[in-house]
Design a protein around this ligand. Sequence first.
Ligand code: J2J
Length: 538
Amino acid sequence: MPDHIPFPAEFAARYRAAGYWTTETFQEFLPRRADRFADHIAVIGRDATGANRALSYLELTTSAERIAGGFGRLGIRTGDRVVVQLPNIVEFMEVVFALFRLGALPVFALPAHRSAEIGFFCEFAAAKAYVIADQHGGFDYRGIARTLPSTPHVIVAGDAGDFLALSGVRATGPSDVTHVDAETVAFLQLSGGTTGTPKLIPRTHADYLYSVRESAAICGVSSATRMLVVLPAAHNFPMSSPGFLGVLHAGGTVVLAPDPSPSTAFSMIERHRITMTSLVPPLALTWLAARKNSSADLSSLGVLQVGGAKFTEEAARRVTPELGCTLQQVFGMAEGLVNYTRLDDPEDVIVTTQGRPISPDDEVRVVDDAGCDVRAGEVGHLLTRGPYTIRGYYNAAEHNKTAFTEDGFYRTGDIVRLTESGYLVVEGRSKDQINRGGEKIAAEEVENHLVAHPNVLDAAIVAIPDAYLGERTCAFVVADGEPPNPIALKSFLRGRGLAGYKVPDLVQVVPEFPVTGVGKISRADLRRALTRSWEKVK
Ligand code: J2J
């Protein structure tokens, strides 16, 4: 695929020789597991109609094969992109493995995305189809489908209305399969982004499967693992660290939680004898609080993974005593690098660090503003390169020039420190992104939407500290004429089809932005100045 920047030949050769990259692809991933684990239950969860279902490896494989056949008849071919926006329902698994079977590329949208994001993904990736559930969490996804300008095939799990029903797409016979190469792109993940438009992350079969296999080993996943998927399954963390893919790799059982509330999750843990799950810090805090008033039997839960945003040491120390399981901190990114505390690490390491990389060939550099390596143990910018970290975003030549160094290191935008034993501690962030409880918001993207309002002259989004979410967003706005009403401004953003989590928590109208130095200041400086002025107000 021309839009994908491949690994340089000498690196690819090294990763192959080391056995990291194999010839296995996602096309045969599930059929191979079905050969070994045929009648073992692969996935338990609700379907789009709300019915409970449990599918064996064989049943999931057969179902994915039929849907692949149906997609093929619609003209979806190897290499085509398909935007998938499904909640945690069994059709998510069926559809994703159907696309893998065809060698078509899922673009993993999140359930929280709305028409602004989906319209962009469909157009930017020139998607052949958009797959949704009819409704979820009180929202009707068919409404988004109606806003798509050049509507691709819209395929709906549940009540399709005017669109194509997923149930009707299932073919009777198996699909025609064109074999794909392990070093080609398997799917596009989403980046939290730092710029005006979201970025798409091309991951290859070989690089991703390497991270999945190693993650499963590091996290002790086996055919006895029963994982509860609480976070949206489309997110890189519950997908691959080790995620549902790691569990299916090992022949275990994936259980899909319809919602992340502790009451739902605790009863599912008890009923399904769940052994592991993964959460973002705010959810972990909610679970800790709810545990006090719950008598659910959580004794099967061996490992609770927490990642996506910084988990405070104070909260981390409460996990084992209060939930009775091992904590694993996970510091990862959809671009590649994933760090884990190991299950047998001493408690101090588990509660005070964000883990160490998966691979001995993950290259990690901590550098100062000038790009020079800092002294051991000092704080700096994290740069990384390795066998499962991308060399460039999809179709983003300009952005790639700054997002990666000339020698191919990804600039993570994270400020970290390396401990003597090679563990990473996340100390902050240099990128213009807000991490709202694990949900990433690119400041510039929201600012662009704000300045489209007739009464907004200029806007700057900054993060404000929050005990529960870690950070919330504040929009500082300079008015053009009549000052805009904050509530009206928020509904203006929703009306533009922006995902709810990107709508600022607070809007402050200010007469002008602070000027920090002579001449024109950068937006990054402006955001820093506004963050400081916010700290003073508190
Ligand atoms: C602090 N910041 C963290 C942590 C991610 C596993 C786990 C998480 C993600 C993920 C993932 C953090 N402490 N423990 O893809 O496979 C922030 C950093 C990082 C960014 C990446 C996985 N864990 N972060 O969160 O692509 O700023 O991936 O660069 O969504 O989240 O975000 P994302």
